[in-house]
Write a new protein. Structure first.
Length: 301
């Protein structure tokens, strides 16, 4: 018997009447942003999805029970827990078995979105191939999930702390289309550009929806990645952010940070050293992606 998950009635209702639905993750709430900005941003992202008439479905695990579509009090409750598991594909089953609280990463959010027939998912930046991966073998399960689950992920590129060229290579190997939204380049999370050219570009939500549909009509079961540059006012030029990233990487190595702790450590290090600029960029891109994902989800129907 398959694992049961709870479905928010508003999500089921939206699907019944053919409204767009957008999945949202909870790792960014529990591990990616400091309180109280985390809960505020979660609500702001849900509101951004609603602008186009679409329905948000924030996904998380409440004391071992997976839920697709958290209520506002449930989001606050998850954010307030002391010991929230960062849930990828390897520890999802254990988190349920042990009845723990879990925040879903891109990987596990894609899993539940797929189970619940949600085709569009909005996040900040996906995980990917880490710098130094030839030694550490640290490659995010987000890429595994993109290879496995037919869900569109709208993001601001892979996080700039990663090895972006290697991340693009793995996506191509897995057959995941990477669509630049109004750009010919892979955005680099905090920065609008990376210097890495993309083959695919779409300029409207309808054009994105058409490419995704054509991909899935071929019978492919892989995901689709839509990459959207961070809004101009909050963007940080890559030359500026790069020194903070290099410093964060050195600090992570000095503290022997490994595995799932690497990404949250680097993000909070950079946020602390940039006087809030990195945090502002992160929040701006999360909301921007959620708004666009809402529009795309409506265009998919
Ligand atoms: N984007 C953000 N902040 C985050 C993340 C993404 O702006 O905290 C999270 C996502 O949930 C992503 C995870 O799936 O980081 C990747 O972690 P790792 O590199 O350990 O696979
Ligand atoms: Mn990792």
């Amino acid at each position: 018997m398959e694992t049961r998950y709870d479905l928010l009635p508003a999500v089921a209702q939206a699907q019944l009447i053919g409204r767009g639905v957008v999945a949202l993750e909870t790792t960014v709430i529990a591990h990616g942003l400091p309180a109280p900005l985390n809960v505020e941003t979660a609500h702001a992202c849900e509101q951004a999805v609603r602008v186009s008439g679409a329905q948000p479905a924030t996904i998380g695990i409440l004391a071992g029970q997976p839920k697709v579509g958290l209520s506002q009090p449930e989001i606050a409750q998850l954010a307030a827990q002391a010991d929230v598991v960062k849930v990828n594909l390897a520890n999802l089953g254990a988190t349920i078995a042990q009845k723990r609280w879990g925040a879903t990463t891109v990987a596990s959010t894609m899993y539940f979105a797929h189970r619940a027939n949600i085709r569009v998912f909005s996040t900040g930046g996906i995980g990917g191939v880490h710098r130094g991966a030839t030694e550490s073998f640290d490659i995010s399960a987000d890429l595994t999930a993109l290879a496995k689950f037919p869900v569109m992920v709208v993001c601001a590129g892979a996080k700039a702390i990663l090895d972006l060229p290697k991340t693009l290579e793995v996506l191509e190997t897995y057959g995941v289309p990477v669509i630049g939204y109004q750009t010919n380049e892979l955005p680099a999370f905090y920065s609008r550009t990376s210097g890495l050219k993309l083959d695919l570009r779409a300029d409207t939500p309808a054009a994105v929806a058409a490419m995704a549909k054509a991909h899935w009509q071929l019978g492919f079961t892989s995901g689709v990645l839509v990459v959207v540059p961070v809004p101009e006012p909050d963007a940080i030029p890559s030359a500026e952010i790069e020194s903070f990233i290099a410093e964060a990487l050195r600090d992570a190595a000095a503290h022997y940070i490994t595995g799932k702790d690497v990404t949250p450590f680097l993000l909070s290090h950079i946020a602390a050293r940039t006087e809030g600029r990195a945090l502002r960029a992160n929040i701006a891109l999360l909301q921007n992606n959620a708004r666009l994902a809402g529009e795309i989800s409506q265009a998919m129907n």
